[in-house]
Design a protein around this ligand. Structure first.
Ligand code: ZN
Length: 137
């Protein structure tokens, strides 16, 4: 049985909808939504509005807490490889799989098995699999 939890939007209770209304006629109030699951804020907010409200209040503090990017992250030729495929590019309707380097435009063909294997990686510009790849510590 799933647990009910509250929407984490700090202003959720201020949006006037029927499902937020609680209490008897003489003591009506609106409450924060409570559900077993949510679609927003990684399953923590009931709507895009509540997600945006959360970020407006807590976003900067979250960045300060977890650490801001203070230097540019860099995509180099060594880490610019991505798996991709050409849809229905083969005569039999199959896909042509490959790894592609976004900086050098280099392509290395892959078999479908290599494409689906999460351990297939490019290291030092060569195709390999993690099981054969022993990182130096
Ligand atoms: Zn909400």
């Amino acid at each position: 049985m799933s647990q009910l939890k509250y929407c984490q939007g700090p202003k959720c209770h201020t949006y006037d909808t029927k499902d937020r209304k609680k209490g008897p006629k003489d003591n009506k109030r609106n409450e924060t939504r409570r559900r077993s699951s949510f679609y927003y804020l990684n399953n923590n907010a009931c709507s895009m509005q509540c997600q945006a409200d959360w970020f407006d209040v807590y976003g900067s503090r979250a960045l300060d807490h977890f650490g801001r990017i203070t230097q540019p992250k860099v995509l180099t030729q060594e880490n610019a490889w991505r798996k991709s495929y050409d849809w229905r590019s083969q005569a039999d309707g199959g896909y042509r799989h490959y790894v592609y380097n976004y900086l050098t435009d280099e392509r290395i063909p892959l078999t479908e098995e290599q494409y689906n294997n999460d351990d297939t990686i490019i290291t030092d510009g060569r195709l390999t699999t993690r099981e054969f790849y022993t990182p130096t510590i």
